[in-house]
Design a protein around this ligand. Structure first.
Ligand code: HEC
Length: 110
């Protein structure tokens, strides 16, 4: 069977589209703050302020947890380490950031 021009064009467009999506996913990698190693995104500044007072950012970066896990960590910092209570808005932003960028990743289970 010979392929029609239309078929070939469609296949080719799909290929080009997939390639573009792939390339943009490579270039859209998260930017890393050189000083702390934190991913630069919404909430970065606030986490950087709140979570590097007593220990290095590495302790946070090396850790992975879901939202509840991070909340537990914050509560433990407060109960055991004397961390100040956070404004609920600020706490929410910290949890958003941590659970998005330092949540479980599929390759953690391999
Ligand atoms: C008041 C001081 C203080 C602040 C503020 C603080 N921590 Fe901690 N954190 C500690 C201490 C002390 C330890 C345990 C000692 C160590 O291992 O260096 C610790 C350990 C950790 C650990 C590793 C061990 C564990 O318990 O899971 C993580 C993860 C962590 N902190 C995350 C955070 C995050 C996220 C924030 C910001 C929301 C934060 N910390 C803010 C004092 C603090």
């Amino acid at each position: 069977m010979r392929y029609s021009i239309k078929y070939v064009c469609t296949q080719f467009s799909v290929f080009v589209f997939t390639l573009c999506v792939f390339i943009s996913s490579l270039t859209a990698q998260d930017k890393i703050d050189e000083e702390t190693g934190f991913i630069i995104a919404k909430g970065f500044k606030i986490v950087n302020m709140a979570c590097t007072l007593c220990h290095s950012s590495q302790i946070v970066i090396q850790s992975r947890s879901d939202r509840e896990g991070w909340l537990e960590t914050i509560r433990r910092m407060q109960a055991e380490e004397g961390m100040v209570n956070l404004d609920p808005e600020i706490e929410k932003e910290i949890l958003d950031y941590l659970s998005t960028y330092y949540g479980w990743r599929s390759d953690d289970f391999e």
